[in-house]
Design a binder for this molecule. Structure first.
Ligand SMILES: C[S@@+](CC[C@H](N)C(=O)[O-])C[C@H]1O[C@@H](n2cnc3c(N)ncnc32)[C@H](O)[C@@H]1O
Length: 216
């Protein structure tokens, strides 16, 4: 299987690979306890946002991270959930509509995270998990930094090199970026606040970390 570069800055193929595998991805990541691990991390390390914050989920997929934000932020926020895959966005919209709780301010957009249809400095927080692995890291990081307001934050949940990640790379046809490259590109625009390792007893801990950084 080869690496799927989903997009370049100027061109995103109409149909993303995830249009074909969204349901399989969603099932796999529900079975591996990803949502529970996100909830626990977000409860232990509350995000630096307040009521009314504007949040972008870049590469939202079927909405698993957006849903974790909605479960763990106990005040109203405004979330834009963007993905290249129309099928994934439909699944995310359905999951948000069916999720319990207060009225949600979540809007969905089909788009390429390398050329976001969004203004400079317009978000307090950008979250992204498993999407930068499909694009050149420096370009993706530059574009995410562009839309974050000065002092705002990036929560990046990348895959880290491990045996479990190699398995996921084959299954979902992405390429994880080396930790040093992530740290170096993060430093171009942000100061690192923390790097979190999910506990090894949580399945997601075998392949992922969470990095919170503040735009400088
Ligand atoms: C591994 S899934 C992660 C989904 C979600 N963030 C999560 O945590 O479950 C990767 C997602 O990134 C999306 N993606 C890949 N390249 C993208 C791009 N250039 N712009 C926007 N979304 C992209 C895919 O369509 C897919 O839905």
């Amino acid at each position: 299987m080869e690496y799927v570069l989903t997009a370049t800055k100027n061109e995103a193929r109409a149909g993303s690979y995830y249009d074909k595998i969204a349901a399989f991805y969603d099932l796999t990541f529900k079975l591996n306890g990803y949502g529970r691990s996100l909830d626990q991390y977000l409860a232990n390390y509350p995000l630096p946002v307040s009521r009314g914050a504007k949040i972008l989920d870049a590469g939202c997929g079927t909405g698993l991270l957006t849903l974790a934000l909605l479960r763990t932020l106990h005040f109203p926020v405004s979330i834009t959930a963007l993905d290249l895959s129309a099928t994934s966005i439909s699944a995310a919209r359905k999951a948000v509509d069916e999720s319990p709780g207060r009225t949600r301010d979540v809007s969905f957009a089909e788009g390429n995270l390398l050329s976001l249809p969004l203004s400079d400095n317009s978000f307090d927080l950008v979250v992204t998990s498993g999407a930068l692995e499909y694009v050149p890291l420096g370009e993706g990081m530059l574009e995410l930094a562009r839309v974050i307001a000065p002092g705002g934050h990036l929560l990046h949940i990348p895959c880290r090199p491990s045996a479990a990640t190699t398995f996921l790379e084959i299954l979902f046809r992405f390429k994880s970026h080396p930790r040093q490259a992530i740290l170096s590109h993060t430093k171009d625009h942000f100061r690192m606040v923390h790097e979190y390792r999910f506990p090894p007893l949580q399945i997601i801990g075998w392949s992922k970390t969470a990095m919170l950084a503040q735009k400088t």
